[in-house]
Ligand binder design. Structure first.
Ligand SMILES: Cc1cc2nc3c(=O)[nH]c(=O)nc-3n(C[C@H](O)[C@H](O)[C@H](O)COP(=O)(O)OP(=O)(O)OC[C@H]3O[C@@H](n4cnc5c(N)ncnc54)[C@H](O)[C@@H]3O)c2cc1C
Length: 356
């Protein structure tokens, strides 16, 4: 037998053929791959006529290059790496998943095949109320009776639907029609292939708190495979994409004004705090920024209240804070404009200035 000359990825090899369980009956399984972190830097260096790159992956130079590519949106070298997964997931999850047009996929056909009686049943803990802020989300506890009622009906409905399906097949109805009343919770399977650049886009969107919990579970499992298969690209993705925040021109101006001690625009400051994911609770004064950046009570802010200090960002390793209620209340009167920089240990460095 001739040994393979293709690039060997030890991380990916360790996952090949292994199911990683997701939800009650689903899984992802890596079935094939192409490339390593070195493939990315080799592809990038074609630009200078060097291909393939010589020697092993250089931890310093090549790590720096991958970070440069990720940070600056030089995406094509990442497209040279490919992962192929087998995925078993409920149809409502696959429906979100299929939106990724840059993937290549094949799914089990309910026209060719009799579908298995397998559905996703959420745990009692998973059953939440409608999130009033994130209109697509769920949040908040429901009374136990409401959860039990939901589960009871779900189980009965699924049993009915699969019973009808079987009966229809038994009397000779074609599979393509017999299936039409099966629920969205029915498990299906697909083979899904994605290049690394577009896989990072998928992960960015589906690891986000805004994504539905069920597909987020799958994204975490895929993230695990990617993190071990392309460890340097993964770290660059975490740093420059997943955990990064981009500012609009307007937000940057608020930040500049804040650092220069020249803002009295509390609403914008609170918006910024929210975007940075810094919870802020003004206590009885009623201002709140939750970790999703939702602001409560901000309309009244800057009127008669004295909010607690709020961290609004980091600058050169410092946590940027506005420090006291007088900043806000005085700013309202427009005779004091002051902000300060508090270092991470808590000692204060004033950068603002009092006026008038
Ligand atoms: C939290 C969340 C909520 C969502 N809610 C809804 C919803 O309510 N309704 C709904 O319909 N969808 C919804 N979507 C789906 C969303 O609009 C995208 O279709 C999906 O996330 C795929 O993203 P994408 O286009 O970036 O990925 P891909 O299709 O993989 O595309 C990757 C990138 O390639 C480029 N690209 C691909 N195809 C084209 C093309 N034909 N033309 C130009 N550029 C292209 C784009 O730059 C794109 O960003 C939601 C997605 C998320 C994450």
């Amino acid at each position: 037998m001739i040994g393979s000359r293709r690039s060997f990825n030890g991380g990916a090899e360790s996952f090949l053929g292994q199911e990683i369980g997701v939800l009650d009956k689903g899984y992802i399984k890596l079935v094939d791959y192409m490339g390593t972190d070195k493939t990315i830097v080799d592809a990038a260096r074609v630009s200078y006529g060097k291909y393939p790159g010589e020697g092993a992956f250089d931890e310093v130079k090549d790590t720096r290059l991958i970070n440069f590519l990720m940070r600056n949106g030089h995406t094509s070298p990442f497209e040279q790496c490919v992962l192929t997964f087998e995925v078993k997931a409920p149809i409502f999850v696959l429906r979100e998943w299929h939106r990724y047009r840059t993937a290549r996929l094949n799914e089990v056909s309910g026209r060719y095949t009799k579908l298995d009686n397998e559905v996703y049943t959420p745990s009692v803990q998973r059953i939440k109320g409608q999130d009033e802020k994130n209109k697509q989300g769920s949040a908040g506890e429901l009374p136990l009776y409401a959860k039990e009622e939901f589960l009871f009906r779900h189980i009965n409905q699924v049993a009915d639907a699969f019973g009808n399906y079987r009966d229809a097949l038994d009397v000779g109805v074609a599979r393509e029609l017999a299936r039409i009343d099966l629920p969205l919770s029915t498990y299906s399977r697909m083979v899904w292939q994605m290049d690394l650049h577009n896989l990072f886009n998928f992960l960015k969107q589906r690891l986000s708190e805004g994504a539905q919990e069920e597909i987020r579970g799958y994204a975490h499992a895929i993230g695990l495979v990617v993190s071990q298969s392309f460890p340097v690209a993964w770290q660059a993705f975490l740093d420059h994409v997943l955990n990064a925040v981009t500012f609009s021109g307007t937000e940057l101006q608020v930040l500049r004004n804040l650092l220069a001690g020249e803002t009295n625009d509390l609403q914008s400051v609170l918006n910024l705090a929210g975007k940075l994911g810094i919870p802020f609770d003004g206590g009885k004064d009623g201002y709140k920024v939750d970790h999703q950046g939702t602001i409560e009570g901000a309309q009244e802010a800057g009127q008669d209240h004295k909010p607690a200090p709020v961290v609004v960002g980091k600058w050169a390793g410092k946590a940027v804070t506005t420090l006291d209620g007088s900043f806000f209340s005085s700013a309202k009167e427009n005779n004091v404009e002051r902000s300060q920089v508090k270092d991470l240990e808590g000692s204060q460095v004033a950068v603002g200035q009092e006026k008038g």
